[in-house]
Design a protein around this ligand. Structure first.
Ligand code: SRM
Ligand code: SF4
Length: 569
């Protein structure tokens, strides 16, 4: 008789949805054709994630709709995959136009260098997806239990290395893209193919991965991509003369957790070795396959690679990887990260081209009469001879601008008030907030709509303390899923209930140390009154060059945290 502990665990519902979906087709097309509702079926809404779109409803309108006995105000969020965040001016213009014609007039630059549209109604979903594909960007695997948008350092000008590494990033993204023809059939052709040719997913198989999978590629000394938050990471290693030699490999990072569930926690990735440039895709494939075969398919809260590694040990993981590769990773090479912040303002590259780092608050672009930034960026796209780069900090780099075009771009920045919007405190320049309300179905509290006001109040204290220009990172999310990576911010605020946040302190600005719980379920005034004495003390008593997160650890406000459940204490 099989004992209870040996009996195979019941698979989560999503596993049968995937299994029965005929490579992600489900009944999506029938659902789209049904005009009696603005929604699609629950099962299909799990499948559309793999296609890059989520069924949502406007949570601000829920109560009124319920009172009026109307169905929820359903619409779709669409996430556009942009490997390494690189987007041509033509693509920018097309995406920008779609925000007005097909969505709610806003554009969100996400923490994974992607675009999001919100408020796309069902009748416009298919035309929008098709129009996105016409731009040569796509949404396949932007969400779902597959490899997501691959991140890369957004500053192309820092060295020759950056161009090469961006190409490798795009290569990984393409290599791990799902092969299903369902995407093309549903969104481009509008009908399922009658072909009886057997379909295959050589890397993922029929049930794809147990859970989402995330990769980023970092180029030291900067860590904008938050490499230690990723399931799989590649840290570029260069020779003394700046030539790319290969990559240190990291595995098992991830930040999502659930309040009051000790068995869920953020985890910093382990560095497990070094591979050459040519070996990158092989390593990526085998890491994905280990997770495909060993990840927990019974409990989606325990299904990320970080838990597979915690449960079985990093030595098991590395051994399994070596066995599958048929060769061993070399020892990891030395590397150093100085910051995970973006760089702002103008800088000139090794080839004479100009690059401009722009602060976009929370990555949220929606024009108002006072801040017509989308319009301004649109006008810039019309004259730009380089490209846009979305950053993993929800900001924007306008890259590869020629000497001749630079004055024109500067004039447009001035005309549309974008230049003036760049004069911000060090805290704001290092802030991020996730979308949260009203669209995110999982939000417990506000984030994007609230952080700007909280920052204004905190800035008064910073001014008083003489800290206005100090780079201190602060990140807020509406729930502990951690979409703005709050556990890696020197000040992390995680929504617990409407108007209430857990306050975490003590991460390192370079993204190598998690923060730790300092106050629980506090509101606006308590957040301010908790931070006030710390800011004042920091201004007065910090050591030479000491960063805020390090100060919080040294002065014993919180203990430096290692991994796992320790985070909650
Ligand atoms: Fe996220 C779910 C938004 C980056 C961890 N995330 C969601 C959903 C789709 C809510 C849902 O499942 O219904 C959010 C949509 C909100 C909306 O209305 O648009 C959402 N996540 C975002 C974005 C847009 C935040 C932002 O404001 O920029 C980011 C989109 C990235 C992209 O372009 O692909 C975003 N999400 C992240 C990150 C950061 C990262 O990847 O570097 C994390 C933490 C890292 C990690 O995965 O460990 C993250 N999102 C989650 C989780 C928790 C996963 C877990 O392992 O526990 C969920 C919930 C889930 O998957 O069940 C989630
Ligand atoms: Fe939604 Fe939570 Fe992610 Fe914020 S952190 S976007 S509230 S899932």
């Amino acid at each position: 008789m099989i004992s209870e502990s040996e009996a195979p665990k019941k698979l989560s519902k999503n596993e049968s949805i995937k299994e029965d979906s005929h490579f992600l087709r489900g009944t999506i097309l029938e659902g789209l054709a049904d005009t009696s509702t603005g929604a699609i079926s629950a099962d299909d809404s799990q499948l559309t994630k793999f296609h890059g779109t989520y069924l949502q409803d406007d949570r601000d309108l829920r109560r009124d709709r319920l009172k009026a006995k109307e169905e929820k105000a359903f619409s779709f969020m669409i996430r556009v995959r942009v490997p390494g965040g690189v987007c041509t001016p033509e693509q920018w213009l097309a995406i920008d136009e779609l925000a007005d014609t097909h969505a709610n007039g806003s554009l969100k630059l996400t923490t994974r260098q992607a675009f999001q549209f919100h408020g796309v109604v069902k009748s416009k979903l298919q035309p929008t997806m098709k129009a996105i594909n016409d731009t040569l960007l796509d949404t396949l695997a932007a969400c779902g239990d597959v490899n997501r948008n691959v991140l890369c350092n957004p500053n192309p000008h820092l060295s020759q290395l950056h161009t090469e590494v961006q190409a490798i990033t795009k290569g990984i993204s393409d290599y791990l893209s799902p092969c299903t023809r369902a995407y093309h059939e549903i969104w481009i052709d509008g009908e399922l193919s009658e072909s009886t040719q057997e379909e295959e997913e050589p890397i993922y198989g029929k049930t794809y991965l147990p859970r989402k999978f995330k990769i980023s590629v970092a180029i030291p000394p900067t860590n904008e991509v938050d490499i230690f938050a990723q399931d799989l990471g590649f840290i570029a290693v260069a020779s003394d003369d700046g030539k790319l030699e290969g990559f240190n490999v990291t595995v098992g990072g991830g930040l999502g957790m659930t309040h009051n569930k000790q068995e869920t926690y953020p985890r910093i990735a382990d560095v497990i070795g070094f591979c050459t440039t040519e070996q990158v895709n092989q390593v990526a494939e085998q890491v994905v396959k280990i997770q495909r075969d060993n990840g927990d398919r019974s409990d989606r809260r325990h299904a990320r690679l970080k838990y597979t590694i915690e449960d079985r040990g990093i030595d098991w993981f590395t051994g399994e990887l070596h066995q599958r590769l048929g060769w061993e990773l070399k020892s990891a090479r030395p590397y150093e990260f100085t910051t995970s912040s973006d760089r702002y303002g103008w800088s000139q590259g090794h080839d004479g081209k100009w690059h401009l780092g722009l602060f976009i608050q929370n990555g949220y672009l929606k024009d108002t009469p006072e801040k017509p930034f989308r319009k301004g960026l649109n006008e810039i796209a019309k004259v730009l001879d380089g490209e846009f780069r979305l950053t993993p900090n929800q900001n924007l780099v306008i890259a590869n601008i020629s000497e001749e075009t630079k004055p024109q771009i500067q004039a447009l920045l001035d005309e549309y008030g974008i230049s003036a919007s760049q004069n911000q405190s060090g805290l704001r320049l290092n802030s991020m907030a996730c979308v949260a309300l009203p669209t995110c179905g999982l939000a417990l509290a506000e984030a994007q709509r609230y952080l700007p006001d909280l920052l204004s109040d905190l800035e008064e204290i910073l001014e008083q303390a003489g800290l206005r220009d100090d780079a201190i990172s602060i990140r807020m999310t509406g729930c502990p899923n951690s979409c703005a990576r709050p556990s890696l911010a020197e000040i992390g605020l995680v929504g617990k209930a409407p108007g209430k946040y857990n306050l975490y302190l003590g991460a390192k600005l370079n993204g190598t140390r998690l923060n730790k719980l300092y106050r629980e379920a506090i509101g606006h005034e308590e957040i301010i009154e908790s931070l006030r004495p710390i800011f004042l003390d920091y201004a007065k008593n910090r050591g030479e060059g000491e960063q805020f997160g390090d100060f919080c650890i040294r002065t014993g406000l919180v203990k430096a945290t290692g991994q796992g459940p320790d985070f909650h204490d």
